[in-house]
Design a protein around this ligand. Sequence first.
Ligand code: TNX
Length: 512
Amino acid sequence: LVALLFVGAVGAAVPAQAAPETPLQHIVPAPVTVTPRPGVTFTLGPDTRIHTQPGSAGARQVGEFLAGVLRPSTGYRLPVVPGASGRHISLLLVGADPRVGAEGYQLDVTKRGVLIRARTAAGLFAGVQTFRQLLPAKVEAKTRQRGPWTAPGGRVLDYPRYAHRGAMLDVARHFFSPDEVKRYIDQIALYKINRLHLHLTDDQGWRLEIKSWPNLTAHGGSTEVGGGPGGFYTQEQYKDLVAYAAARHITVIPEIDMPGHTNAALSSYPELNCDGVAPPLYTGIEVGFSSLCIDKDITYKFVDDVLREVAALTPGEYLHIGGDEAHATTDPDFDLFMDKVLPLVAKHGKTATGWHEFVKSGPPASAVPQFWGTKTVAPDMVAAAARGSRIVLSPATKAYLDMKYDADTKLGLSWAGYTDVQDAYDWNPGAYIEGLPAEAVRGVEAPLWSETITNTADLEYLAFPRLPAIAELGWSPWSTHDWEKFKVRLAAQADRWDVMGVNYYASPQVPW
Ligand code: TNX
């Protein structure tokens, strides 16, 4: 009783006898294994250096990234120098446990130093994200803060469950500036997301400059849902976004949505319409009313030109060609269209990915269907897997960040139902679609459609805390899956979000 009173008096949340939890137990996504070194801590000091693998530009870039996070808040110089040292922080491409694979890492925090080892720069980058989470939340601040900058001692051995851990942002319904997209890239990188799917075109806007068809952006990019000014990325701005993402080990997957969701293009070029008449720009939120003209040769000249330019700007392997909700295109026309367009993707050296409807046209096994259905029975996906396709899962009832949390949520839609954090978290991608073999799942992706969101604050309100939940499904082994534990780890992230200024939704399901 005395102990209880005492705890109560100081307001501590920790029961008297239990060892206090350390940030080592609060990593999101949960690592494969975490082994604490009880009583050991490492403290960053003004003389700490960041050593990186000699001769590796990739390791050096990760070292600079880490320094970029730590310098403003600590005020330390943190020079990034080639080499290795038992003291200081070392990022090395030798000596990692082979289980880390291509994207994993091993992190050792001892009294003397921090050692991150991996087989690739991507693995080092993932290890750096974990290390950030071991430091006090205010390390994320952009201005100088008071230390000490102490991390708990321990070893983390970690690698991802899935190769594809994606986030999608719809910049078509409402335009998001390059700086707004970069801010989101920074946020998703912290949770080991490695794909950013940009939904660049839709009925309401065309957001990427195409030099051979300039009116796509001049006219087609000039508005957005609700009639605002819209906007678009110049090719230079897009390349800069791709490079910014790449520096965070995130591959951009650009989407040109076809043959539906094309009103902005149809409005920009009358010749793309079957009747030769350009429709007006569209600022509402209906779907399924537009289609490229399947019978016209110019349609394929247009698609070829667009895909050529997008492919040339995009180092990643995938081009997303949409294919969803083509309600204004007949099934035979849809097949005809995909039969002509899929080879164009290959011709420009890329692999196709598309919304799951595109499997009805029988794309090659290399093509990646992105499942967005609301049911767990999906024979088309099982059949595609039998033909050799591997599927990205974005079930709308779980992974759609634009669904409202509950009936009171001001932003978002609700056609797939309400999705609070536990709904987003509590499903197993490896056993979600009935009859789909676990190996047929390439990964998960959290789409954020932007009909109802216009700025960063809105975006963050829908993405946080559900994005980290989907990120964990993509990274962490199923053996770590436990809502009761996850919600505690999630709650511990909130300090960090407060420092970063993330406008998250404080779901009542989470013990913040
Ligand atoms: C369905 S999901 C769409 C989008 C909408 C979204 C809103 C999919 C492939 N298509 O056009 O923005 O619902 O939740």
